[in-house]
Design a protein around this ligand. Structure first.
Ligand code: URA
Length: 228
């Protein structure tokens, strides 16, 4: 899995760096079936297709690689990167929240296709109070310089905080929609991407493989048969 030879892995186990379901094990014969194996509490990704939910922290680029700046790929285990796992869609450098990564390129491609209209839910903290007609304007489709956004659902949580559901993902779209109603975004956090909701147990920078049920749901959202 990219963690070294058998002997090196046994040394990791002896050093207490390998855990099963969060509990360090020192027995290299321990039963791992249906249990989450982790090294230094980072989940080990098993072979087959790799589908990952990451809680993206602020400060990292959503890109497979970048010559200068750190990317979300720096958080993942080496084998995952080597096997071609890629972020599906993009969150801005300062945006936090759920990011889905997969090595199934067709799946990723279909989920971000404008034809699919996969829903994404964001929490936004705003610089100025929302105008009274904000929800209506989001519902009607905000007109931006180069396109008119599809109708979006705005739930006002407080004068300067809102939850928004959008069905497309153009560059800086959510920030531009709020700016268009006079409320620049201070902080943006994605709570869900299609059928995937950010696991509250994941701290910023942490990730886990999707559960079997989540895998089924993402393939369903992409209109595909699941491949194993
Ligand atoms: N819309 C934005 O403006 N930024 C993001 O990171 C995601 C959606």
């Amino acid at each position: 899995m990219g963690y070294g030879s058998r002997r090196e892995v046994q040394a990791l186990i002896r050093a207490g760096r390998v855990s099963l379901d969060g509990v360090p094990v020192r027995d290299s014969g321990a039963d791992t079936e249906d249990r989450q194996v982790a090294v230094d509490f980072k989940p080990v990704i098993l072979p087959g297709h790799t589908h990952i939910m990451l809680h993206k922290p602020a400060g990292l680029l959503t890109a497979a690689r970048d010559r200068e700046a750190p990317t979300v790929m720096d958080l993942l285990p080496p084998l995952c990167v080597k096997n071609g796992c890629m972020p599906v869609g993009r969150l801005d450098k300062d945006t936090t929240g759920i990011l889905f990564l997969t090595d199934d390129g067709v799946l990723g491609h279909r989920l971000i296709s404008p034809k699919r209209h996969v829903d994404k839910v964001y929490l936004a903290e705003l610089e100025a109070p929302l105008p009274p007609d904000a929800a209506e304007r989001f519902r009607e489709g905000i007109s931006l310089r180069d396109f008119t956004a599809l109708p979006a659902v705005l739930e006002v949580l407080s004068p300067r905080e809102a939850r928004v559901t959008v069905w497309e993902g153009k560059y800086h779209q959510v920030k531009r929609m709020f700016a268009a109603v006079g409320c620049p975004v201070i902080r943006l956090h994605r709570e869900s991407f299609g059928p995937l909701c950010l696991d509250p147990r994941l701290g910023e920078g942490e990730y886990r493989p999707l559960t079997d049920e989540e895998v089924r749901l993402v393939y369903q959202a992409a209109g595909m048969e699941e491949k194993t």
